[in-house]
Design a protein around this ligand. Sequence first.
Ligand code: BV8
Ligand code: ZN
Length: 249
Amino acid sequence: MNGNSSELISRLMNARSVVVLTGAGISAASGVPTFRGEGGLWKNYRPEELATPSAFLRDAGLVWEWYLWRRDLISQVKPNPGHQALVELENLVPDCAVITQNVDNLHQDSGSRKVIELHGNIMRNKCFECGKMYQGEVKSDAIPHCPECGGLIRPDVVWFGEPLPEHAIREAHQYAGKCDVFLIVGTSGIVEPAASIPFIARSANAYLAEFNLNSTPISEICDETFFGEADKKLPEIIGDFKKRKRNLS
Ligand code: BV8
Ligand code: ZN
């Protein structure tokens, strides 16, 4: 159903726990390309060619070229008002968590305190073999080896066919299973197991509101969908919530 902000705001007014699942759409306004939309990353590359362990073993240099290009782009962008609105939200409710599929660190850069990274973080490196974190520099034509075991160093992101970090998925399920309001912002709802998390919130009788440019497979279980750009819609709704809260106090 088309978003009716007063209903969402009254739910937020009475909420103890609010959880937000974010995807690439929340970072679009910062200039980070999405994956599947217009100009999306998967338009020019096929995920199987780059975001899989076999792609890395086949051509680590090509995969690193792609990630270093993305890391360079991401290191030059800033959080946008959509990210900042979620920091505001965290200050307005007793318990709030951001569960993100994004690897761009923009929620942390904006000041969100409780961020659960489902797919890792493009700014970190680790060993492909033993998983030990690696602090040194990486160049696509000189990929370093792990000082512990000699394995190749890779980006600390979750590739297709790889399991999500156990602690992250467990914590995400816990938060989704006990929240009062669950927001879904800027995700196409295609990638699993992230796309199933809203269904956990649904079965726990949370109030689900989606923020996207268009409908997604998640829309049908949402109580309402706010169509529009997240960097505009989120500040608008959370700004109104803040005013309502202030008028009450
Ligand atoms: C797993 C890596 C099991 C980091 C990513 C067949 C073969 C192999 C696997 C599978 C298969 N079928 C299904 C699977 C499972 C697979 C999967 O789901 N595939 C999909 C494609 C069908 N999942 C996995 O492989 C996962 N692992 O299942 O492991 C396992 C278990 C135990 C032991 C061994 C194995 C791993 C999934 C993680 C993959 N890694 N990224 C990187 O390089 O970035 S996925 C990639 O997609 C990103 O992480 C991204 O976050 C994620 C989701 O995409 P979205 O964030 O939704 O972005 P998208 O562009 O799609 O959509 C943007 C949305 O925003 C749109 O709706 C758009 O309308 C909206 N929007 C745009 N602008 C705005 C906006 N909204 C608001 N405002 C705007 N301004
Ligand atoms: Zn190692």
